[in-house]
Design a binder for this molecule. Structure first.
Ligand code: SAM
Length: 260
């Protein structure tokens, strides 16, 4: 195949640093029987070293030219290619194969919607390792009270234990992105009774409303949910702002609403 022309619309920044590739594979620590799904295999920078350690690998790729390249380079008995959009992929299809390890150097232009899509399959996931823009990883792992703490932090920390593993500079990619990247590990949390949002759609609506105008007080942004009286009943100051509440407080508020 002639040299692949990277496509911006598919967020194509290919990994070219052997040291970084080794570090990512070491963090994933694949073992032969693992059920691993790679999102966006591209030209196979991670696919090849993963396949050295695994019996089999599933990949999801949207770019037809790259799929042709992957078919030529990897035997179909060892690499199953799902041709399409990871945002629409039903990870439940692979349920019978065991808990999933999902990995990828993700296309940065769709990283938030993809992370939200994946939360729906948390019960079937053993762990995930992703390369993302560092700024996005910082928002994912941010603690309450910090400027980076927002809807993404609350919704992901509710379902996963998150850890930023290491930072990757632009020079590790071709073409080089303008920003630093980071690798994050996400492990689904086992939720106890008090930690589970009884109505997850309501929980999500509440968190979205709270952070819709993050400088405003919650008694205003949560008006449609009962505002001041909802907050007071849960012992939360009506003057509090969205970024001050920990994840558990959002779960508590949404459970109080769900209980009617
Ligand atoms: N894994 C390769 C590497 O590290 O060199 C490529 C990473 S590149 C940042 C992102 C990859 O995701 C590209 O191969 C791109 O075509 C693919 N991609 C982009 N959008 C996608 C989508 N919606 N579903 C599946 N793959 C997608």
């Amino acid at each position: 195949m002639k040299a692949h022309q990277p496509r911006r619309r598919f967020g194509q920044n290919f990994l070219v640093s052997p040291g970084v590739i080794r570090k990512i594979v070491a963090a994933i620590a694949p073992r032969p029987g693992d059920v691993v799904v790679e999102i966006g295999p591209g030209l196979g920078a991670l696919t090849a070293p993963l396949l050295l350690r695994l019996d089999h690998l599933f990949v999801i790729e949207i770019d037809r030219d790259l799929i042709t390249h992957l078919r030529r380079h990897f035997p179909s008995e060892r690499l199953t290619i799902f041709d399409g959009d990871a945002l629409r992929f039903d990870f439940g299809l692979l349920e019978g194969d065991g808990p999933l390890k999902i990995v990828g150097n993700l296309p940065y232009n769709i990283s938030s919607p993809l992370l939200f899509h994946l939360t729906r399959f948390a019960d079937r996931i053993a762990e995930m390792h992703f390369m993302l823009q560092k700024e996005v990883v910082d928002r994912m792992v941010a603690a309450p009270g910090s400027g980076a703490y927002g809807r993404l932090s609350v919704m992901l920390q509710y379902r996963f234990q998150l850890e930023r593993l290491f930072i990757v500079p632009p020079g590790a990619f071709d073409p080089a992105p303008k920003v630093d990247s980071a690798v994050v590990r996400m492990i689904p949390r086992k939720l106890g009774a008090g930690e589970t949002a009884r109505d997850e759609a309501l929980f999500s609506r509440l968190v979205t409303a709270a952070f819709s105008q993050r400088r405003k007080m919650l008694r205003n942004t949560l008006k449609e949910f009962g505002g001041e009286s909802l907050l007071a009943a849960q012992g939360i100051a009506p003057t509090a702002r969205a970024e001050e509440l920990p994840v558990e407080a959002y779960v508590k508020l949404s459970n109080a609403l769900a209980a009617g």
